[in-house]
Design a protein around this ligand. Structure first.
Ligand code: TYD
Length: 140
């Protein structure tokens, strides 16, 4: 666990398997992704001036990788707020539940791949920061 990251979040180094043809990065459930992968999605063509995310998940675990380009992930567990620049396809960011996240400063070529442990479910989202803070206080 990286000490400075918010609760349940961790940067993982993904092995790059390279040879004379190029490189390959593999992500397996139970290995690089410490959960069963139920869903993959990717953010593409994100405008440079937008902020995405702006939510927390009640239970969802995810692994994000900027497989092309770069973006900044802001993670906030109510105690710490950290900015991480995702800018290498060998750098995975694990994110656990009850962490507020915001994404910004996408490069034009950014492809942000996200692997998740559950299917999309809007009921798992907290989209209001004050509601998020109150939910944290209620469980403290
Ligand atoms: P949204 O939650 O606004 O994305 P972000 O938090 O990354 O800014 O999602 C945009 C739309 O895409 C919204 O209508 C929900 C839909 N969506 C899915 O259908 N499946 C998914 O897996 C995700 C992440 C979003």
């Amino acid at each position: 666990m990286t000490e400075t990251l918010p609760r349940g979040c961790e940067l993982v180094e993904l092995r790059v398997i390279g040879d004379e043809r190029g490189s390959l990065v593999a992500i397996e459930a139970g290995r690089e992704a410490p959960f069963d992968i139920a869903r993959a999605y990717y953010l593409i063509e994100t405008r440079a001036d937008v902020v995405r995310g702006l939510h927390a998940h009640k239970t969802l675990r995810q692994l994000a990788v900027a497989v092309s380009g770069a973006c900044t992930m802001i993670l906030d567990d109510g105690r710490r707020r950290e900015e991480i620049r995702l800018e290498r396809p060998s750098q995975g960011l694990l994110m656990g539940p009850m962490v507020w996240r915001e994404m910004r400063d996408f490069t034009a070529d950014c492809v942000l791949l996200v692997l998740a442990d559950s299917a999309y479910d809007e009921r798992d989202y907290i989209r209001d920061y004050e509601v998020f803070r109150r939910a944290l206080e209620a469980t403290a």
